[in-house]
Design a protein. Sequence first.
Length: 470
Amino acid sequence: MATRFFGGAFFSCQSGILPSKTIYKIRGKVDVDHAITEEQSRAYGELLMGHSVMLLGPAGTGKSEFIRHVRKTMPGRMAVLAPTGMAAMNAGLGAVTIHSLFSIPPVNGGYFDVESFTIRRRTAKILKGIDYLVVDEISMVRPDLFDLMESMARRARGKEVFFGGICLLLVGDFHQLPPVIRSEERDLFAAHYGSGNAYLFDAKCLRGRCLSVVQLSKIFRQSSEKFLAILGCVGGGRITEEILRELNGRVLGGATAPKGALTVTPYRESAEQKNHRELEALPGVAREYVGEKTGTFQSANGDDLPSPEVLSLKEGASVIFTCNASNGEWVNGTGATVLRLGQRRIDVAIRRGGSAISISPHEWSHIIPDGDGYEITGTYRQIPLRLGYALTVHKIQGKTCDAIVLQRDRSFFAHGQLYVALSRATSLDAVYLTDPIRASDVKIDRRVIEFYENLSADGPILFPVLPRDE
């Protein structure tokens, strides 16, 4: 690993061909010098043999940890991507959005036409120089975007094979949040992909191809069999009266949620209103901390910054961290309470364990692969905190929370929302509801259920993605 120092914060970046690791092939399994599960080791072995892998698993099965493991140990040059800026942050240092690395502007209505995009010189250079492409949160990747990525990789590398010969690791869970396809775009997607609710597995570049599929089953985030059974049923759309009774037994009613519990809502305006209301209720005057951007840090598809550009806080405010500590003292999503506001530093008490620490500005870098190293094209410097009273379901994906309050508002309106929200908690005792959950809140796309039903339980699995009528 090459460790670099930028503006007061250490960043460890994968740089080119990595030092060799001791790897043994034993009875079809790969044993490496990092502890990974047998299922993960199968995926690792497939990648070593040059096979593109789709790694699927429910929330809490160590998908992000496996990405970190691959980045540390896999020999070869690698780029790590995600469909949104928040997902890229969760994927780790050096991960960027798909739009950023491929230099793809956001599409405003319609879909991405493969033939209408030219390849920038910088993008071509990156694509020519990498051996592996890791894409996290694949459930959120639109098929038209994936088709465009594949076409650009082929053209950039001058090889008429899938992705120009780049080995893929596609990581995610199709039971979680789906691609954003607006209502006015659905007829177009139905015409081009066979369904208005199109997923990555509908991509034209996958038709008739085989991918190695490995499904993770060992869950690390939760240990309660009862809660795991509830999550499995909610994720698979198998809601029952018994499950509703269990969940609705967590309705607060006249009780108060634990101090620091994070409110999770499907609606952005509800989260913003909750954060503003709670901050205003605290005594004193808010202090503002203004972030500093350089270069091309702002993501191409309009995602929010990791911490607000204007961060308003008061002493006593509930906050959550927006980065991982290099020493492991906190992670992205850890809750804390503000103790003191200094000019450039903020003292907080971490809720889990109660330790008091001083936080200084953190610097995020927009990094792209460049030959055997990385090029920094932009930075963002800000206190790595945001108000921690409420977040949307989209923003909570990838986080682990000590306690959550589900604020249903009107309803959960999209496939996978309720499952994602519930699965952020480590146990049912850490879940609270403002209002009862209804069976109609469990939104499940039948096409996702059918996709999983067509996969065998034994892996790795080679499966053909059958062509649809044009």
